[in-house]
Ligand binder design. Structure first.
Ligand code: FES
Ligand code: FES
Length: 161
């Protein structure tokens, strides 16, 4: 067994300092050490996107990132984005459009969508599909998810006029 390593980071705006096994993934760290179960784990090898979180403002796979790699970093999960209100309009539109059923993919979808709308406030449907191509949904189908993101983008642009 390898000796634990101290990692110091910020998670959803709160300072965190823990001794962790070097091979502990960020997804397991968030879920099992911090109780942030909104970060889901599906494939555990970088394919499905269920474990998507923001690391220093960009999406990463929580299952392919070690917790110790996050030394000094800022991590945001779906809980943080919910509490801050940053995801609220996306979440409201997902509900309005029935863009989720079981919800397993939804945290990752929301965080990927949030990243897209920060980079590109008025994406085309193709651009939305491209950006979400690393997030799998096994039950809703993608049409409603793309609808929800497209509508959120349109409403944000209208609000800024
Ligand atoms: S659990 Fe990380 S990509 Fe599937
Ligand atoms: S809502 Fe079930 S996997 Fe997407």
């Amino acid at each position: 067994m390898t000796a634990p390593i101290i990692v110091t980071l910020t998670v959803n705006g709160e300072p965190v300092n823990r001794a962790v096994e070097p091979r502990l993934t960020l997804a397991d760290f968030l879920r099992d050490e911090l109780g942030l179960k909104g970060t889901h784990v599906g494939c555990e090898h970088g394919v499905c996107g269920a474990c998507t979180v923001h690391l220093n403002g960009a999406t990463v796979r929580g299952c392919l990132t070690f917790a110790v790699q996050c030394e000094g970093a800022e991590v945001e999960t779906v809980e943080g984005g919910t509490d801050s209100g940053r995801l609220k309009d996306l979440q409201d539109e997902f509900v309005a459009r029935n863009a989720l059923q079981c919800g397993y993919c939804t945290p990752g979808m929301l965080l990927s969508a949030a990243e897209l709308l920060e980079q590109n406030p008025a994406p085309s449907r193709d651009e939305i599909r491209e950006h979400l191509s690393g997030n799998y949904c096994r039950c809703t189908g993608y049409q409603a998810i793309v609808d929800a993101i497209e509508t959120t983008a349109r409403k944000r642009v209208e609000l800024e006029r």
